[in-house]
Design a protein around this ligand. Structure first.
Ligand SMILES: C[S@@+](CC[C@H](N)C(=O)[O-])C[C@H]1O[C@@H](n2cnc3c(N)ncnc32)[C@H](O)[C@@H]1O
Length: 313
C-alpha cells in the first residue's frame, strides 16, 4: 500500500457520491448520511457540507439525476481548465511522434483508448486537432454513463470521428494498442494503481501515456487559485484542490507502472518533470510505457524533446 501518511488526503467527494458495480457497471444507490458521516469522521468538514447539501430522494439516497447533472456540469468546467492549460497540446506533443513511429513501423490500425475519459475532452480534442488519419481509432471509456452520454452527444454535434463507451478501467472488454488518461491515476491508490497498469499491459498493448498532476510545492496553491477563480461548483473547487494533494509522487507512479510493465516487455519512464523551483509550466506530467521494439522509432521522432524523458527501464 502507498504510505499511510499519503492517505491523509481523500477520497474526493465525487469518489463517494456515486457507485458502480465493478462487474456489471450497474449503478448502486448511495445514502447521503453514510457519505456525510464518513467525511465528518475523517475530519473533512468542507466535504461533509458539500455532500450534505446534495439532494436526496424520500429514502435518503442521492437523487441520481441531480448527481448526473452535477457530474456533467463539473466536467464541462474541467474542460475549460483543460483548454486554458493546453492539455490537448501537451498530450499531442508526445502522442503524435508515438503514433507516427508506430504507423511507420508497419502497424496498420491503431486503437487509442482514453481511460476515465469523463465527458471526452481529450479524445474530442484529438479528433478535432490531431490530424490522425483513419488508421487511428479514437475511443474514450468511463464507467459514468451520464458522462459517456454527454461525450457522445458532443462528438456527434461536433461531427468528430471518435466514440465513447461505458467501461471499467480495471476490466476493459476490448484491448487497445495505446492507452491514455488525463487526471485519472490519482484516483487509484495502493494496489489499485498497480492493477490499473497491469490491465494495460496485455499482449496487444504497444504503449501508454498517462498524464496526471505533478505533486509540486506549488500545485495546491495553484489549484486553489484556479479553482476558486474559474470553477463555479463547490464540489469542483473542493475536489480540484484535494486532487493535487493526492497526486502520486514520481517514484510511486513510476514504480507501479514499472512493476506492472517490465515483465511484459514494456519499458517505462516519466516525461517532462517540472523544474523544482519553478514548477509552474509543467503542472501535469505523464508516465509513459512503450514496447521495447518501438522505443527507438518514438524517441527519434521526438527529436530534441526526447531529452525530457527520464531514463527508460
Ligand atoms: C478527474 S476525472 C477526469 C476526466 C477526464 N479524463 C478529463 O481529463 O476531463 C476522473 C474520471 O475517471 C473516471 N473513473 C474513475 N474510476 C474509473 C474506473 N474504475 N473506470 C472507469 N472510469 C473511472 C471518473 O468517472 C471520471 O470521469
Amino acid at each position: 500500500m502507498q504510505a499511510e501518511e499519503d492517505e491523509r488526503y481523500g477520497p474526493e467527494v465525487t469518489d463517494l457520491i456515486i457507485h458502480y458495480d465493478p462487474d456489471t457497471l450497474e449503478r448502486g444507490r448511495v445514502r447521503r448520511d453514510v457519505v456525510v458521516d464518513f467525511f465528518e469522521q475523517s475530519g473533512n468538514g468542507q466535504a461533509a457540507r458539500i455532500a450534505g447539501a446534495l439532494p436526496v430522494d424520500s429514502a435518503g439516497y442521492y437523487d441520481e439525476q441531480a448527481v448526473d447533472a452535477l457530474f456533467v456540469e463539473v466536467h464541462t468546467e474541467l474542460q475549460r481548465l483543460h483548454e486554458e492549460f493546453l492539455h490537448g497540446e501537451r498530450l499531442l506533443n508526445v502522442l503524435a511522434p508515438l503514433v507516427d513511429g508506430l504507423l511507420e513501423s508497419g502497424i496498420e490500425k491503431l486503437r487509442v483508448v482514453d481511460v476515465g475519459c469523463g465527458s471526452g475532452f481529450v479524445v474530442r480534442w484529438l479528433a478535432a486537432c490531431a490530424g490522425f488519419d483513419e488508421r487511428v481509432e479514437l475511443t474514450g471509456c468511463d464507467y459514468n454513463r451520464a458522462l459517456i452520454a454527454a461525450a457522445n452527444d458532443a462528438a456527434r454535434a461536433e461531427k468528430l470521428r471518435c466514440d465513447f463507451v461505458i467501461g471499467n478501467a480495471f476490466r476493459l472488454r476490448e484491448p487497445a494498442h495505446v492507452y491514455l488518461s488525463m487526471g485519472v491515476v490519482h484516483h487509484f491508490r495502493g494496489e489499485d494503481l498497480e492493477r490499473f497498469f497491469a490491465q494495460q499491459c496485455g499482449p496487444e498493448t504497444l504503449a501508454f501515456i498517462h498524464f496526471d498532476i505533478a505533486p509540486t510545492w506549488l500545485a495546491p496553491l495553484g489549484a486553489w487559485l484556479f479553482h476558486v477563480a474559474r470553477m463555479r461548483t463547490a464540489i469542483a473547487r473542493h475536489d480540484g484542490v484535494l486532487s493535487t494533494l493526492r497526486a502520486h509522487p514520481d517514484d510511486v507512479l513510476l514504480g507501479a507502472a514499472r512493476r506492472a510493465a517490465a515483465s511484459r516487455g514494456i519499458e517505462t519512464a516519466l516525461y517532462g518533470l517540472p523544474w523544482r523551483w519553478l514548477p509552474i509550466t509543467r503542472i501535469i506530467r505523464p508516465v509513459v510505457g512503450i514496447r521495447g521494439e518501438y522505443k527507438a522509432a518514438w524517441l527519434s521522432r521526438m527529436g530534441a524533446r526526447a531529452q525530457l524523458f527520464e531514463e527508460f527501464a
